[in-house]
Design a protein around this ligand. Structure first.
Ligand SMILES: Cc1cc2nc3c(=O)[nH]c(=O)nc-3n(C[C@H](O)[C@H](O)[C@H](O)COP(=O)(O)OP(=O)(O)OC[C@H]3O[C@@H](n4cnc5c(N)ncnc54)[C@H](O)[C@@H]3O)c2cc1C
Length: 454
């Protein structure tokens, strides 16, 4: 009997697929890394199912790759050594909402928009919003962040507890429901960002927030990217409680206009959002207005009704898709460094010069409120010379950031794409990380070939 038939007996035949389309869907992500198929895709319906599959894979030394929605960008979910893709989409329930504790307990296959739909009924929202509609399990595993992280924090800040199935099949909880704790090592922090290399997340307890009484959103255009970034730095240092502060360069706005039939000014633009109560908001907005004017803001336009605000952020969220849909046959490469705020303007300037030197059609955008920005290109993977130029540019941007105390990935994670920079970025601490990996996963079954490659 093949191991796949054994798995079908262990769960149910319906939960184990070798359908070609299903294998392909689990052999790629949304980035440029090449396809590689798993042997089978397994759909667990409970923590017990996950335990059975993990213990089976561990005993047989079969690679096991947890899979949320496959929206990651650095080859995280691609099974380069074959094995089992463990798709958590059947485990997608909201288990408990505790409005007065500002907590929610969910299964890992639930997506952030599904969660927000449920939370809205309680006047609450979940803050982390990566550009794709990802699963909460995948977001925790990559330590995702998004447009609101400048105010509410990143995924690691929201996770209060995780239920995790370890490679030996044991189930642990990494935290609790208390608002604070000084007890034990910070296992939440360890598992968040571990990209399925240490275990499978089967339940998450997350911090949620009350929907703000008043929201104000708008766009500010500037003569140069430098002026926009300088305004960002000043807004941050002024202490204004801004909830979103996104930079989009002129090339990005051009693409947005083309795909969405809009007429935004094709200039470096900041998308801004303020959360608070009516009175506080008025003061914050007036102060921010003064600041952007000081940096040569050409046009500042606020959207007052919720529909127009939603459209503004839909445009921002769909920016990458504006490039994807506008470049059929090409693959997206997105750089993802984060630098200290004082290095941001120089970093973006250097990136723009490097894009021009490599003669690539690239956009610069990002969550600049927390020093995280992306250069985005659509590349023709059949054109070896173009691929080489794009990779050279990516590497240049990473080295620039690392030399200034930054990181090779602000939010997308390591996967295979950033694994080569781990030793350079972490030095001796990388050995500590490897020792933890070996202690928890001595047989190396969990998502092999990701993060830990040397
Ligand atoms: C257009 C676009 C825009 C994006 N914008 C952002 C952004 O603004 N910010 C950002 O942070 N990211 C962004 N991303 C990247 C991506 O959406 C995130 O990395 C997201 O967190 C991945 O979630 P997923 O459910 O798709 O996980 P997957 O891609 O399926 O998996 C990602 C990693 O998590 C592991 N994993 C998944 N589920 C589990 C589990 N239950 N237990 C253990 N490990 C697990 C996988 O093994 C893999 O290593 C963007 C992607 C796209 C395509």
């Amino acid at each position: 009997m093949s191991y796949i038939e054994e798995l079908q007996q262990l769960l149910t035949p319906k939960q184990v697929s070798t359908n070609e389309t299903t294998l392909e869907q689990h052999g790629r992500d949304e980035g440029y890394h090449p396809l590689s198929l798993p042997d089978a895709v397994v759909f667990p319906a409970s923590t017990e199912d996950v335990q059975k599959v993990v213990a089976f894979a561990n005993e047989r030394r079969i690679p096991l790759i947890p899979f949320g929605l496959g929206t990651s960008l650095e080859g995280h979910v691609i099974p380069y050594q074959g094995g089992i893709s463990l798709d958590l989409s059947l485990m997608n329930k909201v288990l408990d909402v505790r409005p007065q504790d500002f907590l929610v307990k969910v299964q890992p296959g639930l997506t952030r928009t599904q969660l927000n739909k449920e939370l809205k009924k309680h006047g609450l929202f979940f803050s982390v919003d990566p550009g794709a509609d990802a699963t909460l399990g995948g977001m925790a595993a990559t330590n995702a962040s998004g447009t609101t992280s400048v105010k509410y924090g990143i995924m690691r800040d929201q996770v209060k507890d995780l239920e995790v199935v370890l490679p030996d099949g044991k189930v642990i909880h990494t935290g609790g429901m208390a608002a604070k704790s000084s007890s034990g090592l910070h296992l939440n922090g360890l598992i968040v960002g571990s990209e399925g290399t240490l275990g499978v997340i089967t339940e998450l307890t997350l911090q949620v927030y009350g929907i703000p009484e008043a929201i104000m959103a708008g766009r500010a255009t500037f003569p140069t990217v430098q002026a926009a970034v300088d305004a960002v730095t000043m807004i941050r240092t002024s202490g204004i409680s801004i909830a979103r502060m996104e930079l989009v360069d002129a090339r990005s706005i051009q693409q947005v206009n083309k795909i969405n039939e809009l007429h935004y000014a094709e200039r470096p633009t900041l998308f801004l959002e303020f959360h608070g109560n009516e009175a506080g908001l008025k003061q914050d907005v007036a102060f921010a207005q003064e600041i952007v004017n000081d940096f040569g803001c050409e046009e500042l336009q606020f959207e007052l009704d919720t529909k127009a605000q939603a459209q503004l952020w839909e445009v921002r969220h769909n920016l990458a898709y504006a490039f994807i849909h506008g470049s059929p046959g090409r693959k997206m490469m997105v750089t993802d460094v984060s630098v200290p705020l004082t290095e941001l303007a120089g970093a973006i300037q250097d990136t723009r010069a490097a894009i021009e030197k490599e003669d690539l059609d690239g956009a610069v955008l990002g969550h600049v409120g927390d020093g995280n920005y992306h250069a985005l290109f659509m590349i023709d993977m059949k054109d070896e010379e173009e691929v080489a130029r794009a990779k050279r540019l990516n590497e240049h941007i990473v080295h620039y950031a690392l030399a200034r105390g930054g990181t090779c990935t602000g939010e997308h994670g390591v996967g295979v794409g950033k694994a080569i920079y781990q030793r350079q970025e972490h030095g001796a601490a990388f050995e500590v990380m490897k020792a933890i990996k070996t202690a928890l996963d001595p047989n190396g079954i969990m998502n092999p070939g990701k993060i830990f490659i040397d």
